[in-house]
Design a protein around this ligand. Structure first.
Ligand code: ADP
Ligand code: MG
Length: 366
């Protein structure tokens, strides 16, 4: 089921009538979620991810704009008639019910032509439980399950009605690191197996990158960029997106362009054909540095961290806008950890320039 958001806007009126300003939680969001794909809604806390999800679900009504499921306008449709499955961060299971009763619950509420026989319901519940691999735990109460198992029950409960669209709001946030990784792989597997169009909300860029077919990056209610995870990583449209994606984070410098050359401090570090003279912000991915004893970017060496496959070099530079610069280089490189300085040349396709004022991307020929 394709989901289309057309100029979706949500304004929350100020609670304080006198001084308060209205909050535009989502601002003119237009996007088409392709049938059967998993879309990651990514952005910092408060950027409007949950509000967008609730509007898709029908739990919140947009101030303006429209939502289509396939060709059907569902903007005015009640949540229970949209055919959605919702999973929240806090699993929200009924504590007094067993796993089986929790999963059965949405089916027992079906009325009219959708009403199911007891046998059919049990069979459906069992299928959903099997999909998330909790079919052995059907008689337990939620309190007798781990966090990861509880979240699986919540997912099974969302899947049992065979929704047209699955909506997940930070579903992994309450899990510890290992379970988060495992559950994330599970969600991806289930999504692929069922082919249900899915929207996955997260503030964690690594999570979004690893699980999504397409990512939508949001800031203050406004969509910044949409695309495949790798495309956005390789080609960020503005400084915010460049900084939001990637671990370790991108290294940001004050720079200037003179005669199509990028200067960081005194030294010309890269040819940037096509960029006008002026102040810029230069951002360099950690993997964009090449050790070079004659390299133009001269940094003060702080630390060398050997991490098996890679070496992480921590250094400093007066023009760096981050406290330290982190570069990742292949472990085959020999580096003298006791040296005072370290010099780099830069890989052009790992360097992005942004207007120092607007923070919009300035493109140069590589
Ligand atoms: P996210 O899920 O990305 O953290 P939200 O969608 O929850 O962000 O919130 C977006 C913005 O809208 C925030 O500024 C938040 O304070 C505001 N907001 C969310 N829900 C309400 C509400 N019911 N009433 C007023 N403001 C709200
Ligand atoms: Mg939220």
């Amino acid at each position: 089921m394709k989901v289309e958001l057309r100029n979706l806007t949500k304004v929350f009126p100020s609670r304080d009538k006198k001084s308060g300003k209205d909050v535009t939680a989502v601002n003119n969001f237009t996007f088409e979620i392709p049938d059967g794909k998993l879309v990651g809604l990514l952005g910092p806390s408060g950027c409007g991810k949950s509000t967008t999800l609730y509007m898709i679900s029908g739990l919140q009504q947009p101030t303006s704009g429209k939502i289509f499921f396939g060709e059907e306008d569902v903007t005015e449709l009640a949540p229970e008639n949209r055919g959605i499955g919702l999973v929240f961060q806090n699993y929200a299971l009924y504590p007094h019910m067993t796993v089986q009763q929790n999963i059965l619950f949405p089916l027992q509420n079906l009325r009219g032509k959708d009403k199911m026989t007891k046998e059919a319901m049990l069979e459906r519940a069992y299928e959903a439980a099997k999909l998330v691999q909790i079919d052995e735990l059907m008689d337990r109460k939620p309190s007798e399950l781990s966090g990861g198992q509880q979240q699986r029950v919540a997912i099974a409960r969302a899947l049992v009605k065979m929704p047209r669209v699955l909506l997940l709001d930070e579903p992994l946030s309450n899990l510890d690191a290992r379970l988060r990784l495992q559950t994330r792989e599970e969600i991806r597997r289930i999504q692929k197996e069922t082919g249900i169009t899915t929207v996955f909300v997260t503030h964690d860029q690594e999570e979004a990158m690893s699980i999504s077919d397409v990512i939508v990056v949001m800031k203050l209610g406004v969509v910044q960029q949409t695309g495949k995870p790798q495309e956005i990583y390789d080609n960020p449209t503005n400084l915010f997106v460049a900084k939001f994606l990637g671990t370790p984070p991108i290294n940001v410098f004050k720079g200037r362009v003179e005669n199509e050359r990028l200067y960081i401090g005194e030294n010309a570090v890269l040819d940037v054909k096509g960029v006008k003279d002026g102040n810029v912000t230069a951002a360099i991915r950690p993997e964009g540095f090449v050790l070079d004893e004659n390299g133009p970017l001269v940094c003060e060496l702080s630390n060398v961290e050997i991490m098996g496959r890679d070496v992480s070099i921590v250094s400093r530079h007066s023009e760096s806008l981050n406290p330290t610069i982190r570069s990742i280089i292949d472990a085959d490189n020999r580096i003298d950890a006791t040296a005072e300085g370290v010099r780099f040349t830069l890989k052009p396709h790992k360097v992005f320039l942004f207007d120092a004022e607007s923070e919009e991307r300035l493109y140069f020929e590589v």
